[in-house]
Design a protein around this ligand. Structure first.
Ligand code: FMN
Length: 139
């Protein structure tokens, strides 16, 4: 199974980048930003993103639009301070672009300004690493 990791981080905390690095560590793959288009088709795209103003960032949407023909399936990994996942937001875009999105996802709460200090924590990273490994092994 071919897998690629792409992430988008906006805040100075870099929560999504840190999460993507954990996923990279667990899978042995490189975590690149959404500025880096896919060079060839992948069976699964581990899309690591966060919620901003109750949506996903335009750069994430643009990446999916540019790379839709190279993606067999998206697996969503997300963080937000509300504890809500971005899965439904990614689903809307994925449906428009006709990219399959796995029902299985990873989500955790994350810090923003003075909220959720210290999150994601090591326990969240451990859960993310395990989920990424499972999704790598699952056919
Ligand atoms: C500009 C901005 C807007 C945000 N809007 C929301 C929001 O609407 N709902 C929410 O739950 N979290 C919101 N957050 C919190 C982020 O989802 C959370 O901090 C995330 O981990 C940020 O990831 P990053 O550090 O990789 O950018 C917002 C954060 C920023 C910086």
């Amino acid at each position: 199974m071919t897998i690629a990791i792409r992430y988008f981080t906006k805040s100075k905390k870099g929560n999504t980048e840190k999460l993507a690095q954990q996923i990279a560590k667990a899978t042995g793959l490189r975590a690149l930003t959404v500025a880096d288009d896919l060079k060839s088709r992948v069976d699964r795209l581990f899309l690591v993103n966060a919620m901003y103003a109750a949506n996903i960032d335009g750069e994430v949407k643009d990446f999916l639009a540019r790379n839709k023909d190279q993606i067999g399936q998206i697996v969503n990994f997300s963080t937000s301070c509300s504890g809500k996942s971005t899965w439904s937001m990614v689903k809307r875009v994925a449906d428009e672009l006709e990219i399959p999105l796995s029902e299985q996802e990873f989500h955790c709460a994350a810090s923003w300004i003075f909220l959720n200090k210290g999150l994601p924590c090591e326990e969240d990273y451990q859960r993310a690493r395990r989920f990424a490994q499972d999704m790598m092994e699952q056919g």
